[in-house]
Design a binder for this molecule. Sequence first.
Ligand SMILES: [Ca+2]
Length: 307
Amino acid sequence: MENDPSSEYDNVKKHPKRKVKRWAWFLILGFIVGLCVCSWIYRHSIQAWMDFQQRFESLGTNDQGLTEYRHIESGIIMVFLPGGTFTIGSPSEETHSWDIERPQKEIYLSAFLISKYEISQAQWEELMGESPSSFGEGRVDLPVETISWHDCQSFCEKFNLKIPTEAQWEYACRGGSTQPFSFGKSIHSDQVNFNGEKPYLSSSESSFRGETLPVNSLKPNAFGLFHMHGNVREWCRDIYDEEFYKRFDTGKNDPFSNIGSGHRVIRGGGWFDQAKNCRSATRNWHEPSHRARNLGFRPVWEFKKFY
Ligand SMILES: [Ca+2]
């Protein structure tokens, strides 16, 4: 009867205290494992928060109700965006939109900080020691341009920053708007530095300046960010993939295209572009070595992920 399985059952049945003891050990073991996991998450959360505190100085709340910070090492002013759910892309009814902007997908973005302004010529010269721009003749408050994606990557690596993903960029540009532009159904040169002689749909013509404007000029969007539309086009981190939106599922967290070695995404349109190319959802691209006098960027800072 030594190998009879029924003997153990009979044994437990006869001795219920052993059964209770076994469950007690399971509970103690579960408690210890849970405590270790919570301790690990807490420790890394504290480290991430301390890292943030060491790198940023709070500047208070902006007119739009979002907190602004100064990145101490570079001096760049950044706006804290809490992230959350938003819809990327454009509906088919949006005039002058392209199929590469669809299907629209609801996605989730983690919180991040993004530069309030396009990086200026003064910042680039001070931080990178060179003046690549075409415009200005000493106008250091103009946006830096004629920089490649690789140049932007070098800038970011130097200061622990990142080029924005196109999902982060579009979320920041929209400022909560679902219209073609963060300012509504159309844009005007009083709001955006673009080719106002080529307006959106039947809206009235406005001026075409033919040059860049200071990074802190005109009107900010609903997040307090300047020149997300127009002035200079802006590099994004993603490798361009025309079917990128089709590839990820609704609800995906922080989508980012990093497949292949081709062109990089460009967003927002510039001083030279007509209105339709400055829409929030407009996707453009170029090889990463490309440089142009209508192409600059703004960096983001991401909280460390430990899960
Ligand atoms: Ca811009």
